[in-house]
Design a protein around this ligand. Structure first.
Ligand code: GTP
Ligand code: MG
Length: 284
């Protein structure tokens, strides 16, 4: 079985930390449900990342022009084998795709060859939409002040429009169609830095509800267009907590990075085996 994963994530959404923690689990965790069949050749693209985490430090931002794929093969307890191509790149490349509405040849090829899409959204950083219900009526004069400020700022596409537009663009490039939803790629939405979201919203457990609360229009777009069997919405905390750029985390030094991080399934249950996510990517 061949899977070519298109990892979709704006800058700072946790793509690199997830990749490093996922590979750490594959190679170091005896209890992982998926194991590597061999060591991928260019695993060294994550070498600096592994070193940073084992020192209890945050990994640096991926350089703007960087884009590399890792090809590897994993096997599970039932002997199912999957060949994966997994990329890492700087998130601003993805934002440029949407804002400039142009795809260069390399990206065009990546989209066409992909079999499964993995979209990371840093859920706690999404600003909630303010409306008359959440905010109440503004004071007299308040609206004109907000409008004046908006006119000064350069135009920035909102999060809901960005994610909806991104998926619509990619569907078109892949020559798939919402009119034949069964041919849409498997889509896994990972709400990243879930630990931060959970701290801010202790009552919220199910990732789908969190997405509905933060990005209601995008949530409706997804459920209206993607068949349920091809869509999974989960929470992800790759590192379990925020690491610092300079001050090493004591727990990471004591126990190792592979003891931290978890994902949250559709029912809100946490699982520390990050390789379990591979089973979601591969279904469909
Ligand atoms: N709290 C918390 N912070 C995280 C987690 N994963 C990543 N972060 C933080 O999120 C920020 C971005 O993480 P990266 O993995 O560098 O994000 P990226 O998508 O690779 O970003 P670019 O390389 O700029 O495209 C960093 O400050 C990380 O420390 C997590 O599970 N929990
Ligand atoms: Mg990165």
């Amino acid at each position: 079985m061949e899977e070519n994963i298109l990892v979709l994530g704006d800058k700072d959404t946790g793509k690199t930390h997830f990749a490093v923690q996922l590979f750490g689990r594959l190679f170091k965790s005896p209890k992982a449900s998926w194991k590597p069949k061999s060591t991928p050749e260019n695993l060294e693209i994550f070498k600096a990342g592994f070193e940073r985490l084992s020192k209890g430090l945050e990994i640096e931002h991926t350089p703007s022009a960087f884009h590399q794929d890792i090809a590897f093969c994993v096997v599970n307890g039932q002997g199912t084998e999957i060949n994966f191509t997994y990329p890492d790149y700087a998130g601003e490349q993805l934002r440029n795709l949407v804002t400039e509405r142009r795809l260069n040849d390399a990206w065009q090829q990546r989209v066409t060859q992909s079999t499964s899409w993995l979209l990371l959204i840093k859920i706690n950083n999404i600003k909630e939409i303010e409306d008359i219900i959440t905010r109440g009526m503004p004071e007299y004069g308040e609206i004109s002040k907000i409008r004046a400020k908006e006119n000064q700022d350069s135009f920035q596409i909102g999060d809901q429009a960005f994610y909806t537009e991104l998926l619509q663009m990619l569907v078109r490039v892949k020559e798939a169609s919402f009119l034949s939803p069964n041919y849409l790629p498997q889509l896994t939405i990972m709400l990243s830095c879930w630990d931060e979201y959970k701290a801010a919203n202790p009552e919220m457990q199910e990732p789908d509800k969190a997405l509905m609360q933060k990005l209601p229009m995008f949530h409706t777009f997804l459920h209206a267009n993607w068949p349920n069997k091809n869509l999974t919405i989960i929470g992800l905390s790759s590192t379990g907590k925020k690491l610092d750029e300079k001050i090493p985390d004591e727990d990471y030094l004591d126990y190792g990075p592979e003891k931290f991080g978890y994902w949250v399934n559709e029912n809100g249950l946490e699982d520390t085996d990050l390789t379990g996510i591979i089973s979601l990517i591969h279904h469909g």
